[in-house]
Design a protein around this ligand. Structure first.
Ligand SMILES: Cc1cc2nc3c(=O)[nH]c(=O)nc-3n(C[C@H](O)[C@H](O)[C@H](O)COP(=O)(O)O)c2cc1C
Length: 187
């Protein structure tokens, strides 16, 4: 089969959608929807986020050097979309969405109460790439809603019901298929 050229920004898929909370150091808190995310390191647990230079949330992270990554379920899809389509300079996204700000323990940015997972992060590094920024945050503390855990205390993805995103579309994750390493069983 002859393969064709494709848009480089859309060939990787899909990404987990998170809500990143930041503050300006003067008491104004903001929320940005971010889909371009990744785990970075297991030994010094770090998370990577890609964020455009022009965004208020990026300026807040640069100045305060801290943020919270809040992981929403599908029940928050409308709020997720709103926070990705509105600007913190123009609207108080907490007030507009009804999302509840809770005090974090190690950073000044707020936790979003309705998100079952919250990761408090300190800024470790910013890599600048043509108007975009790969932000590396060191995870200082994780808050986990115990009702989304299974009997083994692992995240039950049917209970979390995370939002994944690709090509301007929101998706749900499907059924578990196989455990990692299953291919070795018959060797
Ligand atoms: C589903 C979705 C995913 C998004 N992912 C990103 C992303 O990965 N990085 C980014 O910089 N902006 C992303 N955006 C756009 C920002 O959320 C948007 O520009 C927002 O208005 C910025 O908010 P702020 O100006 O208040 O910081 C995404 C938007 C949506 C709706």
């Amino acid at each position: 089969m002859l393969k064709k050229e494709f848009d480089a920004a859309n060939a990787m898929y899909p990404f987990p959608v998170v809500l990143v909370t930041t503050h300006d150091g003067k008491g104004k808190h903001n929320i940005i929807t971010v889909a371009w995310t990744t785990n970075v390191s297991r030994n010094a647990p770090c998370i990577g986020l890609s964020m455009g230079s022009g965004k208020l949330s990026f300026q807040n992270i640069q100045n305060s050097r801290e943020f919270v990554v809040n992981i929403p379920g599908h029940n928050l899809l409308e709020q997720v979309d709103f926070c990705g389509e509105s600007h913190g300079e123009e609207v108080d996204k907490f007030a507009a969405t009804g999302l509840t700000a809770q005090k974090a323990s190690t950073v000044g940015a707020k936790l979003i109460k309705q998100c079952p997972i919250n990761l408090e992060c300190m800024l470790k590094e910013i890599y600048r790439i043509e108007g975009a920024n790969l932000i590396i945050g060191q995870i200082r503390k994780v808050h986990m809603d115990p009702t989304i855990l299974d009997e083994q205390q692992k995240i039950d993805y049917h209970k979390l019901d995370p939002i994944v995103y690709a090509q301007k579309t929101y998706y749900r994750v499907g059924k578990a298929q196989q455990k990692r390493g299953f291919s070795k069983h018959d060797q």
